[in-house]
Design a protein around this ligand. Structure first.
Ligand SMILES: [Zn+2]
Length: 204
């Protein structure tokens, strides 16, 4: 993936000063409400760190995924399936604000236009860095590609583990939730099966 998240995280200008200050204040209150002392040495800088981490994990609200795709549209007659497999996902479930993480597999069949492969990963990244449910994340990635590239079809499969399930022991520790969404040509069984076959060596 061309998008270097570590580098992004180090960029101080990314964090909005006013938001950081307010989040810092509220996280200090939260620490108190949890029964801890925010003035003790180990916790002194924690509210500020969390304020920055949370802004990093929700940066997708300030990015436009359709614009990311439009910035790299190329006219091309290729009309076979284009697959980007194993895109790493780190997101936050909107019900518990706990991480869910896994991999996305995205395919489309061009209809006159293609986009840079790294842009597909950027779209996944942008929607992931918001408060999400896995089902909507899947659907939003599909819609974004469909609405921007107007391909013959889009397929998205996401497999992820949810900390809110793992921590509470609702299901087994290693349970994986799989969601999928298809449009256009992928609504045909044969096309969908080809896509599943091409990604299935890595599917759980
Ligand atoms: Zn949850």
């Amino acid at each position: 993936m061309s998008f270097d998240t570590d580098e992004f995280y180090r960029k101080e200008e990314f964090f909005n000063a006013e938001r950081t200050e307010k989040l810092n204040f509220h996280y200090k209150e939260i620490i108190k409400l949890l029964g801890e002392n925010p003035e003790r040495e180990g916790l002194l800088k924690t509210p500020l760190r969390v304020a920055k981490a949370m802004q990093f994990m929700t940066q997708g609200y300030y990015q436009d995924p359709e614009e990311i795709l439009r910035s790299a549209l190329f006219k091309e007659d290729y009309r076979q399936m284009v697959i980007v497999k194993d895109i790493e996902i780190y997101s936050l479930c909107e019900h518990h604000m706990l991480p869910f993480f896994g991999r996305a597999h995205v395919a489309y069949i061009p209809n006159g236009y293609i986009t840079g492969l790294s842009k597909i990963a950027r779209v996944v990244e942008t929607y992931s860095r918001r408060l999400q449910v896995q089902e909507r994340l899947t659907y939003e990635i599909k819609n974004c590609i469909q609405n921007t590239l107007h391909p013959l079809g889009v397929a998205v499969v996401i497999e992820a583990q949810h900390m809110c399930m793992i921590l509470r022991g609702v299901q087994k520790q290693n349970s994986v939730t799989t969601t999928s969404d298809f449009s256009g040509a992928f609504e045909k069984l044969a096309t969908r099966e080809e896509f599943i076959r091409l990604i299935s060596s890595r599917l759980h």
